[in-house]
Write a protein that binds this ligand. Structure first.
Ligand SMILES: [Fe+2]
Length: 363
């Protein structure tokens, strides 16, 4: 049998390698707002805590290792013990879904003469990017530990020349400052007076040179006042939380509730500007709503496809009503996450703030 436990990082690697596994999620249904791609949900939480396998006993286990998953690992460990006593090759995901919050995978795309690596936090659906041209690279919206990007860059022999955020994030801790500090690369942020640390300010139409390519900053306020889209060689737009594959950024996470309608009107105008880009322009968003499979398939859209979204065909008045009425509950702890991102530093354990699903979109 395999060892009785596996770390989130080890499980991530096995899934990326396509190794056969059965992943069994035994959390209560209400707690399964986000999941591991390909996992089987079994309602057995209470049974396992009572010392029984419950519905897990109905599963047919083959020779593949069975990874038991719960919120933090304790109940899964009990299930693992019960299964191993029956000879099943079971193991526990250490730290459960809490630890899985920072698991990641990648997908690659060629854009003109550039390479784009989409680095995805699979659980939260946060998308960050490495954009490389002629051996030089920029990282956009780093949401994982700086080491992850550093190793991906080193493996490809790329030199980091810029670390960039599209906006001040509300749903995850930005690792851009940490990455810039670790590597010595300059940190670029949209011009703003909220953050309390040093950065190079980007205004509308400012450019960042990456090898033989350029990122052009396009101010796209609405989701936040400083939200900026980065246009790569007129071929691809990194839209942050302004424009997603099937929705737009919510306008209410920063500022008062009363400001949400004004923010929505700004977002409507910004999206109108993005729709002026050539229809074939690729759209690389800052988030997706669902857990991301280990399939190496990039998550992107085009301006043409985005323009067919009902939300993007509305008048300003219709859009403002729709965008402010359809909002899901705010992401957990968003006010504390914003405060940490404005400060650029956070205490040990602050990662707890960001465990959980993404709720940055209106669709
Ligand atoms: Fe955001």
């Amino acid at each position: 049998m395999t060892p009785a436990a596996i770390s989130a990082s080890e499980l991530r690697t096995l899934l990326e390698q396509g190794r056969p596994l059965t992943i069994v999620d035994i959390r209560r249904p209400d707690d399964r707002e986000w999941t591991i791609p390909g996992s089987v949900a079994v309602d057995a939480y209470d049974a396992v805590n009572a010392g029984q396998l419950g519905a897990v006993a109905d599963l047919i286990f083959d020779s593949r290792p069975a990874v038991m998953v719960c919120g933090r690992g304790a109940t899964a460990r009990r299930a693992t013990e019960l299964l191993r006593a029956q000879g099943v090759d079971a193991l526990t995901l250490e730290g459960g879904m809490h630890a899985w919050s920072t698991a990641w995978n990648t997908a690659h795309a060629a854009v003109g003469g550039c390479e784009v690596v989409q680095v995805r936090r699979t659980g939260k659906g946060c998308l960050s990017y490495i954009v490389a041209s002629d051996g030089a690279a920029a990282v956009i919206d780093a949401s994982l530990a700086p080491d992850v990007y550093d190793e991906l860059l080193k493996a490809r022999g790329w030199r980091l020349v810029a670390v960039v955020d599209t906006h001040i994030h509300a749903d995850h801790l930005s690792r851009s400052g940490g990455l810039a500090q670790m590597t010595g690369a300059p940190l670029y942020l949209p011009a703003n007076d909220r953050v309390r640390f040093g950065f190079r300010a980007l205004n509308d139409l400012d450019r960042i040179q990456i090898g033989t390519s350029q990122l052009v900053a396009l101010c796209t306020p609405g989701h936040t006042a400083e939200s900026t889209t980065y246009l790569l060689d007129n071929l691809a737009a990194f839209t942050g939380d302004s424009l997603f594959i099937d929705g737009v950024g919510r306008p209410d996470l920063h500022g008062s509730k009363a400001q949400a309608r004004a923010n929505a009107a700004l977002l409507h105008s910004s999206l109108g500007h993005l729709l002026q880009l050539p229809p074939s322009t690729l759209v690389f968003p800052g988030h997706v709503a669902a857990p991301i499979p280990f399939d190496n398939v990039q998550l992107s859209s085009t301006i043409e496809t985005a323009g067919r979204m009902p939300l993007l065909r509305m008048t300003e008045a219709q859009f403002v009503s729709a965008a402010t009425e359809r909002m899901p509950p705010p992401p957990p702890n968003h006010e504390r996450i914003i405060a940490a991102n404005e400060l650029g530093d956070w205490p040990e354990g602050a990662q707890d703030l960001e465990a959980g699903p993404n709720r940055c979109a209106v669709s």
